[in-house]
Design a protein around this ligand. Structure first.
Ligand SMILES: [Zn+2]
Ligand SMILES: [Zn+2]
Length: 250
Protein backbone atom coordinates (compact mmCIF):
# COMPACT_ATOMS: atom_id res chain seq x y z
CA UNK A 1 0.00 0.00 0.00
CA UNK A 2 1.32 3.42 -0.98
CA UNK A 3 0.51 6.45 1.18
CA UNK A 4 0.76 9.84 -0.49
CA UNK A 5 -0.29 11.98 2.46
CA UNK A 6 0.97 12.46 6.01
CA UNK A 7 -1.60 14.11 8.26
CA UNK A 8 0.49 14.62 11.40
CA UNK A 9 3.91 16.32 11.59
CA UNK A 10 5.72 18.67 13.98
CA UNK A 11 8.19 21.40 13.07
CA UNK A 12 10.68 23.36 15.19
CA UNK A 13 7.74 25.52 16.28
CA UNK A 14 7.31 22.76 18.86
CA UNK A 15 10.58 22.83 20.83
CA UNK A 16 10.93 19.05 20.99
CA UNK A 17 10.79 18.70 17.19
CA UNK A 18 13.76 19.28 14.94
CA UNK A 19 12.90 20.16 11.33
CA UNK A 20 11.67 23.27 9.55
CA UNK A 21 8.75 23.41 7.12
CA UNK A 22 11.31 23.75 4.33
CA UNK A 23 13.06 20.55 5.38
CA UNK A 24 9.73 18.71 5.41
CA UNK A 25 8.94 20.01 1.92
CA UNK A 26 12.31 18.85 0.59
CA UNK A 27 11.94 15.45 2.17
CA UNK A 28 8.38 15.10 0.82
CA UNK A 29 9.61 16.00 -2.62
CA UNK A 30 12.41 13.43 -2.44
CA UNK A 31 10.24 10.61 -1.13
CA UNK A 32 7.02 11.10 -3.10
CA UNK A 33 4.81 12.47 -0.34
CA UNK A 34 2.33 14.69 -2.22
CA UNK A 35 0.66 16.37 0.74
CA UNK A 36 1.38 16.83 4.43
CA UNK A 37 -0.23 18.64 7.33
CA UNK A 38 1.77 20.80 9.72
CA UNK A 39 0.22 20.03 13.09
CA UNK A 40 2.26 21.62 15.83
CA UNK A 41 1.09 21.31 19.42
CA UNK A 42 -1.60 23.61 20.76
CA UNK A 43 -0.35 26.17 23.32
CA UNK A 44 -1.38 24.25 26.47
CA UNK A 45 1.73 22.02 26.44
CA UNK A 46 4.82 23.82 27.75
CA UNK A 47 7.01 23.59 24.63
CA UNK A 48 4.34 24.49 22.08
CA UNK A 49 4.21 27.65 19.98
CA UNK A 50 2.22 30.69 21.05
CA UNK A 51 -1.35 30.90 19.75
CA UNK A 52 -0.22 33.52 17.21
CA UNK A 53 1.64 30.73 15.39
CA UNK A 54 -1.72 29.26 14.37
CA UNK A 55 -3.35 32.57 13.41
CA UNK A 56 -0.43 33.35 11.12
CA UNK A 57 -0.20 29.99 9.32
CA UNK A 58 -1.98 31.62 6.39
CA UNK A 59 1.40 32.98 5.27
CA UNK A 60 2.56 29.42 4.54
CA UNK A 61 2.11 28.74 0.82
CA UNK A 62 -0.32 25.98 -0.03
CA UNK A 63 2.01 24.52 -2.65
CA UNK A 64 5.81 24.49 -2.80
CA UNK A 65 7.69 22.37 -5.35
CA UNK A 66 4.42 20.57 -6.14
CA UNK A 67 4.04 19.50 -2.52
CA UNK A 68 0.73 20.46 -0.91
CA UNK A 69 0.80 21.83 2.63
CA UNK A 70 -2.16 21.77 5.00
CA UNK A 71 -2.13 24.32 7.81
CA UNK A 72 -3.12 22.55 11.00
CA UNK A 73 -2.77 21.99 14.70
CA UNK A 74 -2.66 19.13 17.15
CA UNK A 75 -4.85 20.72 19.79
CA UNK A 76 -5.00 19.63 23.42
CA UNK A 77 -8.15 18.40 25.11
CA UNK A 78 -8.73 20.46 28.24
CA UNK A 79 -10.12 19.42 31.63
CA UNK A 80 -13.47 20.96 30.72
CA UNK A 81 -13.84 19.05 27.45
CA UNK A 82 -12.74 21.93 25.26
CA UNK A 83 -9.65 22.71 23.20
CA UNK A 84 -6.73 25.03 23.88
CA UNK A 85 -7.29 27.39 20.94
CA UNK A 86 -10.13 29.75 20.25
CA UNK A 87 -12.87 28.64 17.90
CA UNK A 88 -12.08 31.44 15.43
CA UNK A 89 -8.47 30.22 15.15
CA UNK A 90 -9.45 26.57 14.74
CA UNK A 91 -11.94 27.44 12.03
CA UNK A 92 -9.27 29.21 10.03
CA UNK A 93 -7.10 26.08 9.85
CA UNK A 94 -7.28 23.38 7.16
CA UNK A 95 -7.14 20.50 9.62
CA UNK A 96 -7.56 20.12 13.37
CA UNK A 97 -6.23 17.11 15.22
CA UNK A 98 -7.02 16.81 18.92
CA UNK A 99 -5.80 14.45 21.56
CA UNK A 100 -4.84 13.95 25.17
CA UNK A 101 -1.44 15.30 26.18
CA UNK A 102 0.31 15.82 29.52
CA UNK A 103 -1.24 19.31 29.74
CA UNK A 104 -4.18 17.30 31.12
CA UNK A 105 -3.59 15.35 34.32
CA UNK A 106 -4.78 11.79 33.66
CA UNK A 107 -7.77 10.72 35.73
CA UNK A 108 -10.03 7.77 34.95
CA UNK A 109 -11.67 6.08 31.99
CA UNK A 110 -15.11 7.59 32.55
CA UNK A 111 -13.72 11.13 32.69
CA UNK A 112 -11.45 10.67 29.66
CA UNK A 113 -14.37 9.25 27.69
CA UNK A 114 -16.60 12.21 28.57
CA UNK A 115 -13.88 14.66 27.51
CA UNK A 116 -13.27 12.78 24.25
CA UNK A 117 -16.99 12.71 23.40
CA UNK A 118 -17.25 16.40 24.16
CA UNK A 119 -14.52 17.44 21.70
CA UNK A 120 -15.71 14.99 19.04
CA UNK A 121 -19.22 16.47 19.24
CA UNK A 122 -17.87 20.05 19.19
CA UNK A 123 -17.66 20.09 15.40
CA UNK A 124 -14.17 21.64 15.66
CA UNK A 125 -12.09 18.45 15.45
CA UNK A 126 -11.37 16.56 12.23
CA UNK A 127 -9.14 13.81 13.59
CA UNK A 128 -9.01 12.24 17.02
CA UNK A 129 -5.26 11.76 17.55
CA UNK A 130 -3.62 8.68 19.09
CA UNK A 131 -6.73 7.34 20.89
CA UNK A 132 -4.80 4.24 22.00
CA UNK A 133 -2.58 5.92 24.58
CA UNK A 134 -2.90 3.80 27.71
CA UNK A 135 -2.08 6.80 29.93
CA UNK A 136 -5.54 8.13 28.99
CA UNK A 137 -7.80 5.06 28.81
CA UNK A 138 -11.17 5.59 27.12
CA UNK A 139 -14.28 3.57 26.40
CA UNK A 140 -13.09 2.78 22.89
CA UNK A 141 -16.43 1.63 21.56
CA UNK A 142 -18.29 4.72 22.81
CA UNK A 143 -15.63 7.06 21.38
CA UNK A 144 -15.50 5.34 17.99
CA UNK A 145 -19.31 5.21 17.70
CA UNK A 146 -19.44 8.93 18.48
CA UNK A 147 -16.66 9.66 15.96
CA UNK A 148 -18.55 7.74 13.29
CA UNK A 149 -21.77 9.64 14.03
CA UNK A 150 -19.97 12.98 13.89
CA UNK A 151 -17.81 12.24 10.83
CA UNK A 152 -14.56 12.56 12.79
CA UNK A 153 -11.59 10.45 11.66
CA UNK A 154 -9.76 8.13 14.02
CA UNK A 155 -5.99 8.25 13.85
CA UNK A 156 -3.71 5.25 13.68
CA UNK A 157 -0.53 6.92 14.83
CA UNK A 158 2.74 5.52 13.52
CA UNK A 159 4.92 6.92 16.32
CA UNK A 160 2.82 5.25 19.03
CA UNK A 161 4.71 2.39 20.67
CA UNK A 162 7.74 3.24 18.45
CA UNK A 163 8.96 6.76 19.32
CA UNK A 164 6.55 7.53 22.16
CA UNK A 165 3.52 6.15 24.04
CA UNK A 166 5.42 2.88 24.50
CA UNK A 167 3.21 -0.09 25.27
CA UNK A 168 0.14 1.19 23.43
CA UNK A 169 0.35 -1.25 20.51
CA UNK A 170 -2.33 -3.63 21.79
CA UNK A 171 -4.72 -0.75 22.42
CA UNK A 172 -4.17 0.50 18.88
CA UNK A 173 -4.95 -2.95 17.45
CA UNK A 174 -8.12 -3.10 19.53
CA UNK A 175 -9.15 0.31 18.23
CA UNK A 176 -8.46 -0.74 14.64
CA UNK A 177 -10.63 -3.85 15.13
CA UNK A 178 -13.46 -1.72 16.47
CA UNK A 179 -13.02 0.76 13.62
CA UNK A 180 -13.51 -2.09 11.19
CA UNK A 181 -16.76 -3.09 12.90
CA UNK A 182 -18.07 0.48 13.22
CA UNK A 183 -16.81 1.73 9.84
CA UNK A 184 -14.76 4.71 11.00
CA UNK A 185 -12.82 6.95 8.67
CA UNK A 186 -9.10 6.42 9.36
CA UNK A 187 -6.32 9.03 9.30
CA UNK A 188 -2.71 7.91 9.41
CA UNK A 189 -0.14 10.16 11.02
CA UNK A 190 3.58 9.57 11.27
CA UNK A 191 3.62 12.12 14.11
CA UNK A 192 7.10 12.94 12.82
CA UNK A 193 9.17 15.23 15.05
CA UNK A 194 11.95 15.28 12.43
CA UNK A 195 11.45 15.31 8.66
CA UNK A 196 13.13 11.94 8.14
CA UNK A 197 10.24 10.17 9.87
CA UNK A 198 7.57 11.74 7.69
CA UNK A 199 5.66 9.15 5.68
CA UNK A 200 6.90 6.33 7.91
CA UNK A 201 3.72 4.33 8.42
CA UNK A 202 5.33 1.03 9.38
CA UNK A 203 3.63 0.83 12.77
CA UNK A 204 0.26 1.98 11.37
CA UNK A 205 0.44 -0.79 8.75
CA UNK A 206 1.35 -3.39 11.38
CA UNK A 207 -1.70 -2.33 13.42
CA UNK A 208 -3.98 -2.35 10.36
CA UNK A 209 -2.76 -5.78 9.26
CA UNK A 210 -3.07 -7.30 12.74
CA UNK A 211 -6.61 -5.98 13.04
CA UNK A 212 -7.58 -6.97 9.49
CA UNK A 213 -8.88 -3.45 8.99
CA UNK A 214 -8.08 -3.00 5.29
CA UNK A 215 -7.39 0.31 3.55
CA UNK A 216 -10.67 1.40 2.00
CA UNK A 217 -11.42 3.86 4.85
CA UNK A 218 -7.84 5.17 5.08
CA UNK A 219 -7.64 8.77 3.86
CA UNK A 220 -3.89 8.84 3.19
CA UNK A 221 -3.96 6.86 -0.04
CA UNK A 222 -5.08 9.95 -1.96
CA UNK A 223 -4.78 13.73 -1.48
CA UNK A 224 -8.20 14.17 -3.09
CA UNK A 225 -9.73 11.78 -0.56
CA UNK A 226 -8.28 13.97 2.22
CA UNK A 227 -9.59 17.19 0.63
CA UNK A 228 -13.05 15.72 0.17
CA UNK A 229 -13.14 14.48 3.75
CA UNK A 230 -12.20 17.94 5.05
CA UNK A 231 -14.88 19.53 2.89
CA UNK A 232 -17.43 17.03 4.20
CA UNK A 233 -16.52 18.39 7.64
CA UNK A 234 -17.35 21.95 6.63
CA UNK A 235 -13.90 23.23 5.64
CA UNK A 236 -13.75 25.52 2.65
CA UNK A 237 -12.81 23.95 -0.66
CA UNK A 238 -9.12 24.66 -1.40
CA UNK A 239 -9.35 25.14 -5.13
CA UNK A 240 -5.63 25.37 -5.86
CA UNK A 241 -5.02 22.00 -4.23
CA UNK A 242 -7.82 20.40 -6.23
CA UNK A 243 -6.20 21.82 -9.36
CA UNK A 244 -2.81 20.40 -8.34
CA UNK A 245 -4.29 16.92 -8.01
CA UNK A 246 -6.54 16.91 -11.05
CA UNK A 247 -5.89 13.71 -13.00
CA UNK A 248 -4.21 14.45 -16.34
CA UNK A 249 -6.40 13.38 -19.26
CA UNK A 250 -5.09 13.00 -22.78
ZN1 LIG B 1 0.09 13.98 20.29
ZN1 LIG C 1 1.89 14.86 17.48
Amino acid sequence: MRFLVDLHTHTIASDHAYSTIGEYINYASETGIQMFAITDHGPAVPDAPHKWHFNNLRVVPRIVDDVAILRGVEANITATGGLDLEEATLKRLDIVLAGFHPSLTPSDKVTHTELALSVIKSGLVDVFAHPGWQMYPIDMEAVLECAKENNVAIEINSSSSVNTRLGSHENCVQIAKLAKKIGNTIALGSDAHICYFMGNFDESVTVIEEAGLGYSKVLNTSPVKVLEFLESRGHERIQELHELFVPISY
